[in-house]
Design a protein around this ligand. Structure first.
Ligand code: ATP
Length: 486
């Protein structure tokens, strides 16, 4: 190691007196023990003074973990490394230099943590106690824990949380709670400051699309330890936020919007929840064999290089007043009169709009690559390019559809001749009824929750925010900040 040492000492380690150095590049190095070194920023979570000894709380990658596909993946293991400096003076200096180095890494010191006890396999609390808390404690990160008690609870809390007290908000949940947090932050009067609060997500839901997208972007497995480590290490990156508008009602989306086949599978398969994760595959097959086609139109402003898609059209506009209340089913009107975030400041009328008319099998708009841990919906999606990836399927015979759906786990479905895949800056959805049953409409799904539900579609207890009608989407580049592995 050719870096100079910040501190070097003869320490007692494993019963032997040996040299230990902390180098200026942040490496802890035992020169007399071959292969023994730690990068403090990656492998040392924290340390504690234990009498005359110092206990380093480390996290090590062990390469014998096994993924569900049988591939070997690195597993993270907590491990204490204890050494005894040569003198009291040296002990103090070691503590000072290690503390100084860890402080310089910009790691969070205090986090607000939401745990959804009902997300995914209902194991949020166990995941927090068994896997998240020990890592936070090793890293000496203080936390305030809040279990979510009902739908929109996280959003309510975030609306009045003193975010200045925290270095980040963490969701031990699926994507639903994360979306609630983003919406809560953007509905505040001080939204522009609040939305800068770094957000972290620990996979404890059904889909976990955002956690998978962040971890997979550096080749990490989508597991709790890696997600917590990404938060503890404190690296951050901007993430685009899409504003979905219908009249005065807004929903801020970070993951995706789906209409047609994907929305129907995601939402209607709820009735088969007792099947566990197999419910999605089972219901996808049911839907493919009784395929629905939805009439309607999509209008969009293509990103550069995608201008050839669709036909030119003028800005289709969207009224700022709500439709007749009698047409609405289960709608909970949210009228944002307070000076909250209003969406990106862009004059949509002056942009070059294109249109594709239905019927459609599926329309999917994605902000990040993964929609769920096994669904790479938009392989080219970037976290903060300022665009959304649009995936459209108009018609497709059943066999190619089956093969296409089986390619969702690696993103190869976008190469199918039956799929149109492009990037857009703004988007308008004009959803219509099913071609086969005109009296029945569909579902619009945003970030895994029902955004709008049409006539004759699947009904459930949860209220929908919008009506099954025209809605507009525009993207704000890098508006949110997320903890990220690198
Ligand atoms: N205590 C609770 N009881 C019932 N529902 C809750 C509770 N806390 C939160 N919820 C609701 O649970 C829903 C789902 O949450 P979450 O996103 O964490 O999990 P998921 O749906 O299983 O996962 P994913 O969104 O990744 O598919 C949200 O609509 C949320 O409002």
């Amino acid at each position: 190691m050719d870096h100079p040492a910040v501190i070097s000492d003869r320490v007692t380690f494993n019963g032997t007196v040996t040299q230990l150095s902390l180098l200026v590049d942040g490496t802890l190095w035992w020169p007399e023990i071959s292969q023994r070194s730690f990068k403090v920023d990656k492998e040392v979570l924290g340390f504690v003074a234990d009498g005359s000894k110092i206990k380093l709380k480390t996290i090590l990658e062990i390469g014998d973990g096994c993924s569900c596909t049988g591939e070997s993946i690195a597993k993270l293991i907590r491990h204490d490394v204890v050494f005894e400096p040569s003198s009291e003076e040296s002990h103090k200096l070691w503590c000072h230099k290690l503390g100084e180095l860890i402080d310089s890494l910009g790691r969070p010191k205090k986090l607000f943590v939401f745990v959804n006890p009902f997300g995914g396999k209902k194991s949020g609390i166990n995941i927090f106690n068994d896997e998240v808390k020990p890592l936070l404690q090793d890293s000496q990160v203080q936390f305030t824990l809040q279990e979510t008690k009902h739908q929109l609870h996280a959003k309510e809390i975030v609306a009045s949380l003193d975010v200045s007290k925290y270095d980040g908000i963490v969701c031990v949940s699926g994507d639903g709670i994360l979306a609630e947090v983003v919406n809560g932050l953007l509905e505040r009067e001080d939204w522009d400051k609040a939305i800068k609060t770094p957000l972290g997500v620990v996979p404890a839901g059904t889909g976990n699309g955002m956690a998978k997208s962040l971890l997979d972007s550096v080749g990490d497995p989508c597991v709790v330890a890696n997600a917590v480590l990404a938060i503890i290490r404190g690296h951050k990156q901007p993430v685009d936020v899409a504003t979905i508008t219908q009249g005065e009602t807004k929903f801020f989306s970070i993951l995706m919007l789906a209409w047609g086949l994907v929305a129907d599978i995601d939402i209607e398969s709820e009735k088969y929840r007792w099947m566990g994760s197999a419910r999605i595959d089972f219901y996808a097959l049911c839907r493919m064999f009784r395929l629905r086609h939805y009439t309607g139109r999509v209008c969009f402003v293509p990103a550069p290089a995608f201008e050839a898609y669709g036909e030119p059209t003028s800005y289709p506009g969207i009224s700022t007043s709500k439709g007749s209340i009698s047409d609405q089913i289960d709608v909970e009107p949210v009228n944002l009169q307070r000076p909250c975030y209003q969406g990106p400041e862009v004059n949509l009328e002056n942009l070059s709009w294109r249109v594709i008319s239905g019927p459609f099998i599926s329309v999917w708009l994605h902000n990040v690559p993964w929609g769920a841990e096994n669904t790479m919906a938009a392989p080219d999606a970037k976290f903060s390019d300022g665009y959304l990836d649009l995936i459209i399927m108009k018609d497709c015979p059943k066999l190619p559809l089956l093969s296409l759906m089986s390619k969702l786990n690696n993103g190869d479905h976008v190469k199918s001749p039956y799929v149109t895949y492009l990037k857009v800056k703004a988007f308008i959805l004009e959803p219509g009824p099913r071609s086969e049953e005109q009296e029945k409409e569909g579902i619009i799904d945003a970030d895994g929750e029902v955004l709008a539900r049409g006539k004759g579609s699947y009904q459930c207890e949860k209220k929908a925010l919008m009506t099954y009608d025209k809605l507009q989407i525009a993207v704000d580049q890098g508006l949110a900040t997320f903890f990220t592995p690198v």
